[in-house]
Design a protein around this ligand. Sequence first.
Ligand code: AMP
Ligand code: MN
Ligand code: MN
Ligand code: MN
Length: 276
Amino acid sequence: MSLKYDLHSHSTVSDGTLTPAQLVHLAADAGVNVLALTDHDNVSGIGQARMAARERDISIVPGVEISVSWNGHTVHVLGLNIDPDAPILCAGLERLCDYRQWRAREIGRRLAKKGIEGAYEGACEEATGALVGRLHFARFLVQRGHARDVKEVFRKFLVSGNPGYVSGEWASLEEALGWIGDAGGMAVIAHPARYNMTRGKLRRLIGEFRELGGRGLEVVSGSHSKDEYFTMARHASDFGLLASAGSDFHGPENPWINLGQLPDLPPGCEPVWNHF
Ligand code: AMP
Ligand code: MN
Ligand code: MN
Ligand code: MN
């Protein structure tokens, strides 16, 4: 019987709503055999996830989703099968978390100028973990009735050109790949179809990523359409990259992305998990 892999998920350590242990139990209930915990810029949930996995028939791939600034875009690079204690990785992630802290206050200040008070404090309350992200602001703003749902908050407040958007000062692509390499992991471009890039620009990103030692593309993602699976599989094969699959699960309140329900990789893909 083939194993069920889900190599992209979030816990309360970043912007997910389940603790690492709750996430592992839910994934095991859903029949996932191999789960990567890939919190944003943070590896502090991996110990708890591993502990919970001991009680169940599931393996944990230690991971991280690193925020990268590349030619004016924010790109997410997954590090899979990393050593979460690797010093160069840890130092790099600490820098990104410091930037996040500053950015969260800045988003709060900008929203206050638009008459929305208390957003920084509200987002911190939503964030029970080590990291405050835009999704925490989004949840707070929905609660306060500034938008109907999280998608609308992003559109109205939190994307480029809006009051709650601060352009990123994240890692460079080279840094992120260096940190992942130093931690013995494999770098995978997360949800490559989500970057609002032209086909040419996306291929330039993939080419640079490959040159710098990147290994894979997330072909099957909770945020990709079926057509996009095939387009991304094509890019992976053109560049000799491995293919990954991950739900990008953030919690059970987003029922459109479920754990354990990912389709198979398109034919011709070489799965990243064959190379762990
Ligand atoms: P950050 O890394 O703090 O800038 O926040 C990025 C996170 O916000 C992503 O990982 C998603 O969880 C969430 N996000 C981004 N865009 C959207 C959107 N349009 N709708 C819902 N969530 C989003
Ligand atoms: Mn997220
Ligand atoms: Mn992402
Ligand atoms: Mn993610």
